[in-house]
Design a protein around this ligand. Structure first.
Ligand SMILES: *[C@@H]1O[C@H](CO)[C@@H](O)[C@H](O)[C@H]1NC(C)=O
Length: 218
């Protein structure tokens, strides 16, 4: 069978391109987070493996509910990261605890570097994502149900119950997933995106732009 070398070449490029965080080159790389950072690497440097301890691989960061009262949308996300769980450095994953108050909303957002899979521990959630053809996929989750949000796609989580809070736990496929909220990435940037751009993009007038900015605390 003949294969077209050019096609193979593009296929290989594609395979390399869609990889998540690079694979670790050692068993582990306990993040060195104490010193003020002077050298910037793609990630954090490792401590000497001789000094690795079980405590580097454990955290209670997700054991307590986040406070949802301070957030007008009623949600609080607690993440593992290289500071509270330094043993996860270079391993390409993050865990998140998401507390959502009654009728609270984690508004449409993306994680540019990670896919996310969530399991609903408590409550009932309406979750969904939008693919690049603008198709919406939504699902109502009951306790124990899981849902996956593909990498980089806009998604949301809404607590359908007006009184009971919800708790969901997510795994993300990067140690630094990043998060961009669609609303704040357009209306509360620093400096502001020029009004004319927002007016045209959203087909609204200048008053609308100011009102939305103010409502979002921008
Ligand atoms: C999330 O909850 C933690 C723990 O209660 C709190 O310290 C933090 O300020 C909360 N974050 C927001 C954005 O409300």
């Amino acid at each position: 069978m003949r294969t077209c070398p050019l096609l193979l070449y593009f296929f290989l490029i594609f395979v390399v391109r869609v990889k998540s965080d690079p694979d670790p080159l050692q068993d582990y790389c306990i993040a060195e987070t104490r010193n003020p950072q002077t050298v910037f690497l793609n990630g954090a440097p490792c401590i000497n493996p001789i000094n690795a301890a079980p405590s580097h691989f454990t955290t209670s960061a997700l054991s307590k509910p986040g406070n949802t009262a301070a957030n007008p949308l009623g949600f609080n996300v607690t993440l593992t990261n290289i500071r509270n769980l330094p043993g996860m450095n270079t391993l390409g994953l993050t865990m998140a605890r998401v507390d959502i108050a009654g009728n609270g909303l984690v508004p449409p957002h993306t994680h540019p570097r990670a896919s996310e899979v969530t399991i609903l521990i408590k409550g009932s959630l309406l979750v969904g994502f939008v693919d690049t053809t603008n198709r919406l996929f939504t699902q109502q989750l009951r306790e124990g149900d899981s849902f996956v949000f593909p990498k980089g796609l806009i998604h949301f989580l809404y607590n359908l119950d007006s009184k009971a809070s919800a708790l969901t736990i997510s795994g993300l496929s990067s140690q630094n997933p990043g998060a961009q909220l669609a609303s704040s990435a357009t209306f509360t940037t620093k400096p502001s995106i020029p009004d004319d751009i927002l007016k045209k993009a959203f087909q609204i007038n200048g008053q609308d732009v100011s009102r939305i900015r103010k409502n979002l605390g921008g």
